[in-house]
Design a protein around this ligand. Structure first.
Ligand SMILES: Nc1nc2c(ncn2[C@@H]2O[C@H](COP(=O)(O)OP(=O)(O)OP(=O)(O)O)[C@@H](O)[C@H]2O)c(=O)[nH]1
Length: 615
């Protein structure tokens, strides 16, 4: 990596401005950030690649930002050189905690809204987070170069939302660069300079922590009080663990060592630790020799919300999966896992994620970076089960759900915000109602757009809720949610049995009223997916000993030689060999042969089986 001369220790806080850009997904945050880097000469034209800050391949391919980064940008206003620190925030709802820590590192936020789309659910969620952190907000309309842009309409919407005049809403285009210089000027003029006590014991907040193969964990911090210097011994206030500061520096945007970081500054620390868990987002860094007594507010441990079993398609890949998860964990403090076994799927892991996107990204990284083929079981949430003897257990896997003696079950809830054009209100309410939602309130943002708030069980939205919302609102609906306590729920475990044998991978915890629908759906699906055997195979769905749905696969003797007339023995042998090959990929459930594909298809296709009369 290219490194320039060390930057001096401690910049005068009066010339520092720390800001982030907050926006709904795809409203152009990364493009605007790129344009700023280019305009200020931080990144040379020839080095510019689209979305400079999105470093991970998957991020770039999917066009989403997962990990935040901070970049120092010089900008001159009225003859004074200012030092702007731009902190990039992840844009997806799964990473709300990381967003909130990035915001806490700033004094101000650019609230970026697509001038052709208007305010969306994450615009609001991020705005509320920024307000909770007392940030100064600069409203900006982006993509005004688009023919479909309606700046007048949405400037009014924004002004109504945060107070102020529509004409004060800046209009820019991250694509053409229009308005971006004015925006940089506005950042200097409108945002307050950081304040802190330079003589107090050091306190710096970690807002990001990433694992780098060559340098170990790189920790991004914002100094609140005091200062940090190279070679100093630092201490993490949550764990009291101490590390030596091997390198300290700023990103501009390549890592550039500095002689220290003072009040209000943003930079990175390298201590040689190899596990991001030792340097957690939200934690306070202080020095060992002059430790602060009080850590900064807002620290919390990442809490997994969604659990899924991950199994290698090929059982011999289990050690590869184990090593891959171990490696990934160094890079992802939110990931938790433990080994589990399934009679149907073999050896695997139960993995906890922040949300569905986190699950998808993790799975994709495992498959891509470690060349693995994986099966993931249907995602579920964590239930708190109180038994009759008062013992409390936490269930993240349906097969661990106790079969009786349950006093109470509690399920996690979320507060969801949905934004959509008013014509879809009926459809959205219907969807939320069928998902056991309770309407919290409704506000009109403008004549034709409405914000609807629901309290919903997390289990009802983790799987396909967003996709259905999108299709019911013809793509216009947006969703954001955050954890909102828990509630007592009437839940049951539905088991699926093949010829009387329970298949653990298909068990599900559902609301009592939905158990029947799940049973019918799963038995129907399996009837289509499992090939006929030489005997009849009953497929049943059961709650405890009570059968709630039943299908059966009729018996057939599959004669692979039927097509072989004539006496060509070598051809016959080939066919028999082929049949044997196929058998290897079969799993035995009791006497029933189930192709691996049937498991995967049953676990991955969410929709109910097609009309059976066609078969
Ligand atoms: N016409 C036009 N298109 C833009 C502008 N800014 C961004 N885009 C396009 O909008 C899409 C999304 O832009 P990104 O910069 O990736 O959006 P983002 O907000 O960073 O997305 P996330 O990282 O997923 O939150 C891309 O296809 C951009 O090319 C703009 O000013 N004008």
């Amino acid at each position: 990596m290219a490194r320039t001369a060390p930057v001096p220790a401690a910049t005068d806080p009066a010339i520092i401005r720390n800001f982030c850009i907050i926006a709904h997904i795809d409203h152009g945050k990364s493009t605007l950030a790129d344009r700023m880097l280019q305009l200020t000469g931080v990144v040379k034209q020839r080095d510019m690649k689209a979305q400079y800050l999105d470093r991970m391949d998957i991020e770039r391919e999917r066009g989403i930002t997962i990990k935040s980064q901070a970049v120092r940008i010089p900008w001159e206003v009225d003859g004074t050189s200012y030092c702007l620190n731009m902190i990039d925030t992840p844009g997806h709802v799964d990473f709300t905690y990381e967003v909130s820590r990035s915001l806490a590192a700033c004094e101000g936020a650019i609230l970026l809204v697509d001038a052709a789309q208007g305010i969306e659910a994450q615009t609001l969620a991020n705005l509320y987070l920024a307000m909770e952190n007392n940030l100064t907000i600069i409203p900006v309309l982006n993509k005004i170069d688009l023919p479909a842009a309606q700046p007048e309409k949405y400037a009014l919407e924004l002004a109504n939302l945060i107070g102020g005049k529509p004409e004060d809403v800046l209009r820019v285009s991250g694509k053409t660069g229009m308005g971006v210089e004015e925006l940089l000027d506005l950042i200097v003029r409108e945002l307050p300079a950081p304040v802190g006590d330079p003589n107090a014991p050091a306190r710096a907040m970690i807002f990001d922590s990433v694992y780098d193969t060559y340098r170990g964990v790189v920790t991004y911090v914002r100094v609140i009080d005091g200062s940090l210097s190279p070679r100093e011994k630092i201490q993490m206030m949550s764990t009291r663990a101490t590390h030596e500061l091997l390198e300290i520096g700023v990103s501009s945007p390549e890592p550039t060592p500095s002689k220290g970081l003072g009040v209000g500054e943003v930079g990175y620390l390298i201590t040689g630790v190899k596990d991001v868990r030792l340097s957690k987002v939200g934690d306070t860094v202080t020095t060992f020799h002059k430790p602060a007594t009080e850590s900064l507010a807002g620290y919390q441990d990442a809490k997994p919300m969604v659990f899924s079993g991950l199994y290698p398609m090929d059982g011999t890949d289990y050690p590869v999966l184990r090593d891959a998860l171990e490696k990934l964990m160094l890079n992802d403090a939110a990931l938790v896992y433990e080994p589990e076994t399934s009679a149907a799927l073999g050896f695997g892991f139960r993995v906890g994620f922040l949300g569905l996107l986190h699950l998808e990204i993790t799975r994709e990284r495992l498959e891509r970076e470690h060349n693995l083929d994986l099966i993931s079981t249907a995602p579920n949430v964590e239930y708190e089960v109180t038994l009759e003897d008062k013992r409390v257990i936490h269930v993240t896997n349906p097969s661990e759900y106790p079969s009786g003696k349950i006093a109470e079950v509690r399920e996690p809830m979320v507060a969801a915000t949905i934004l959509a054009p008013t014509e879809f209100v009926g459809a959205i309410m219907e969807l939320c109602q069928t998902r056991r939602g309770i309407l919290g309130g409704m506000d009109y943002l403008s004549e034709d757009r409405v914000e609807i708030r629901y309290r919903l069980p997390l289990a009802e939205i983790v799987f396909d809720f967003f996709d259905i919302l999108k299709s019911k609102t013809r793509g216009y609906g947006s969703l954001d949610w955050k954890a909102d306590g828990d509630q007592v729920a009437d839940l049951v475990k539905v088991d699926i049995l093949l010829q009387g044998e329970q298949v653990d991978a298909f068990s599900a915890i559902t609301h009592r009223e939905k158990a029947y629908a799940y049973g019918v759906m799963m038995t129907g699906k399996l009837r289509e997916l499992i090939p006929r055997q030489q005997f009849e195979v009953p497929i049943q769905a059961a709650i405890g000993a009570r059968i709630i749905a039943r299908e059966s696969i009729r018996a057939i003797r599959k004669d692979v030689l039927a097509k072989c007339y004539g006496g060509d023995i070598s051809r016959k042998r080939k066919l028999l060999e082929k049949q044997k090959e196929g058998k290897k990929r079969m799993k035995m459930v009791g006497r029933v042969e189930v192709p691996q594909e049937a498991f995967i298809a049953a676990l991955t296709t969410a929709e109910a089986p097609k009309d059976k009369s066609k078969k």
